[in-house]
Design a protein around this ligand. Structure first.
Ligand code: ADP
Ligand code: MG
Length: 218
């Protein structure tokens, strides 16, 4: 079982959107997934709980209880544990990071978000965790040319030597509307959003070496 922590010390960057979409992507590909939501706002729990069809398991927990949640998930033969974290809670994010095989940092392409990322990134580096940075809510590139805002953000991330994911998630209403009913953008007719999520999943799955557990011999 692999553990992925979705973090950003800044709020509203899209942690829950990314965490739930990765969980749904894994579920749709036949993996056994548990999402542990340690944000007291419980947005991941609410979103996945609103799902009308079977989906990833989700439980609410807290930073200090994460160890036992991880132990339980491994006992339940899960392939993947995804931790959705709160903003600002340095200790909780630290607990999640310690247990994670991969840290996924989510950042909007704004100077404030990039500045906020420095703190998150410092924590990740101190712990020596493999990490990726996902730029989220970027304006759609016009004829493959990024908006000046995005270009500046990408330059800032490059300067920080941030491990940038090769997939940028765009600002698309479908990410909001789909999650209202616990669905992934992959389960909507929006092919552009679906392609982004599929590409992000492929990248994260390869990076964290997430695979389906072999069935146990009797
Ligand atoms: N790529 C996106 N396109 C459009 N809206 C988004 C996108 N990502 C996140 N949002 C919206 O931004 C808000 C914050 O996202 P959320 O995932 O809850 O962030 P966090 O968990 O980091 O606080 C939510 O209303 C969410 O629907
Ligand atoms: Mg959240």
């Amino acid at each position: 079982m692999k553990t992925v922590a979705v973090i950003a010390l800044k709020g509203g960057s899209g942690k829950t959107t990314v965490a739930t979409h990765l969980a749904l992507a894994a579920y749709r590909r036949g993996l056994a997934v548990l999402v542990v939501d340690i944000d007291p706002q419980h947005s991941a729990l609410d979103a996945l709980g609103a799902r009308e069809t079977p989906g990833p398991d989700v439980v609410a927990s807290t930073g200090p209880k994460l160890v036992s949640a991880q132990f339980a998930a491994s006992g339940l033969a899960k392939d993947l544990l995804i931790i959705d974290t709160p903003a600002g809670a340095v200790e909780d994010v630290g607990e999640a990071l310690v247990l994670a095989d991969l840290a996924v940092m989510v950042v909007r392409p704004t100077l404030l978000d990039i500045a906020g990322l420095v703190r998150t990134f410092t924590m990740v580096r101190k712990l020596g965790k493999p990490a990726v940075v996902v730029v989220n809510q970027a304006p759609v590139a016009r004829e493959a040319v990024e908006a000046p805002l995005v270009k500046r953000a990408l330059r800032g991330l490059e300067y920080m030597q941030a491990p940038l994911a090769p997939v940028i998630l765009r600002a698309r209403a479908v990410y909001q509307t789909a999650l209202e009913r616990g669905r992934s953008a992959e389960e909507t007719p929006d092919r552009a959003a679906a392609a982004e999520i599929a590409a992000l999943w492929d990248y994260i799955a390869a990076k964290a070496q997430i695979t389906k557990a072999q069935p146990q011999e009797a």
